[in-house]
Ligand binder design. Structure first.
Ligand SMILES: Nc1ncnc2c1ncn2[C@@H]1O[C@H](COP(=O)(O)OP(=O)(O)O)[C@@H](O)[C@H]1O
Ligand SMILES: [Mg+2]
Length: 386
């Protein structure tokens, strides 16, 4: 039996709106519903200020839709009401957008992005992949970006710094424990040509990750410095989601050459993405750019494109904030399924359309790194007579 939109709407009427006022369908909170192949996609519009408390509502909607006979999976996103300026408070825009390769203010010292942070011998550049909140596809982006960089001929490592929710063992289909050399230096694990380290290799998967700040930092420091990484052109770091103190400390501890921010197109995620941008600005890490993930949806049967999640939001925001836009990745079931199967799409289907998108993002990241490096080198004070 094929699933109909009507059946989905009918079921969603059992979900009460905020404050128990009617149901989410009659309140007009549910977007257009898309059904393909037993997979259901839609979004729920909520007041931006109450996004956090609406997560249970989103989860409940996803759950009841999955219960409908014939529904294989459901993806439900929260989107924010557009009220002009509503999210301006989160992060004020910069006064003037800066060009792609801004001259760095370099009052004295050679502008090292990682001033005071020790580099890691053998690693040319460390880049962070970050997001303001979880679930936006940060780890998926990190792993496919790393594979894309490797496809460009670079030697690439991947550090899973999301120690609260490590996902690299699963995403890369790596099992087992890392070996140590003379009981001290850890050998990274390897798959698809990437060197990988994750707390997930070191603790049981079911172990609840309740870390306190200092433990977080020491675990991260070990995974960064007590691992035989080298030589690497790039180490991609999958950062923990969010912009709290722990994330800020990490951004400060790791000598980062740049950061890539992952956002979904929805306004809610953009608010968080801006917090992410500001966090890196605060610690003077160059922003390599923004990736819009789950940008649009391509129906698996017809190939038709649907902009159900408000495609383009991240690009507009990037332009407004003067941050380079690195590319948009569609919501594609293959990306999810191949990741869950330990075969990220760039490795599983290198000739496919998604792999091409990630390679293009990787190319832009590589070029931005080169730009930032050149800018930093030029920033060494020098007197030039013309
Ligand atoms: N472009 C995409 N298309 C389809 N599914 C995606 C896409 N990006 C991420 N996902 C899926 O969304 C979920 C969250 O992604 P993940 O990378 O784990 O997010 P995060 O690291 O930000 O928490 C995963 O199930 C992942 O497979
Ligand atoms: Mg993750």
């Amino acid at each position: 039996m094929s699933v109909t939109k009507e059946a989905v709407l009918e079921r969603l009427k059992t979900i009460s709106g905020p404050d128990f006022s009617g149901n989410i369908v009659d309140l007009g909170m549910v977007s257009e519903i898309f059904v393909a192949d037993g997979k259901v996609f839609f979004s729920i519009t909520v007041p931006a200020a109450r996004a956090q408390e609406m997560e249970p509502l989103r989860a409940a909607a996803e759950r009841v839709v999955k219960e409908i006979p014939g529904v294989a999976s459901a993806i439900v996103a929260l989107t924010a009401e557009k009220k002009g300026g509503g999210m301006e408070a989160a992060v004020p825009p910069r006064p003037a957008p800066r060009p792609a390769a801004p001259p760095r203010p370099a009052p004295h010292a050679p502008a090292s992005h990682s001033q005071g942070k020790r580099g890691v011998p053998g690693i040319e550049a460390i880049i962070a992949v970050a997001s303001g909140k979880g679930g936006v596809g940060k780890s998926t982006t990190a792993v496919n970006l790393a594979l894309g960089l490797a496809a460009l001929g670079l030697k690439v490592g991947l550090l899973d710094a999301d120690i609260y929710g490590p996902s690299m063992p699963r995403l890369l289909g790596i099992r087992g424990r890392p070996q140590t050399r003379d009981g001290k230096i850890l050998q990274p694990m390897e798959n698809y040509g990437l060197k990988v380290m994750s707390i997930g290799f070191l603790v049981e998967e079911e172990t609840p990750m309740i870390w306190r700040g200092p433990m977080v930092i020491s675990a991260l420091t070990q995974m960064l410095r007590e691992v035989e990484w080298g030589p690497l052109d790039v180490l991609v770091v999958d950062m923990p989601p969010g912009t709290g103190d722990a994330q800020l400390t990490m951004a400060q501890q790791v000598p980062l050459a740049g950061a890539v921010i992952v956002s979904t197109p929805q306004d809610l995620a953009l608010i968080d993405a801006r917090k992410g941008l500001n966090m890196f600005r605060k610690v003077d890490v160059p922003l390599l750019g923004i990736v819009e993930n789950m940008s649009y949806f391509v129906a698996p049967d017809t190939g038709k494109r649907y902009d159900i999640f408000g495609h383009g939001g991240a690009k507009r925001e990037a332009e407004r904030l003067g941050v380079p836009f690195l590319g948009e990745v569609p919501l594609v079931m293959d990306i999810r399924e191949s990741s869950d199967g330990g075969r990220p799409v760039v490795a599983a289907d290198p000739q496919g359309a998604e792999a091409a998108i990630y390679r293009q993002i990787a190319t832009r990241v590589r070029d931005r790194l080169a730009q930032e490096k050149a800018t930093a080198e030029n920033a060494v004070p020098s007197i030039v007579f013309e």
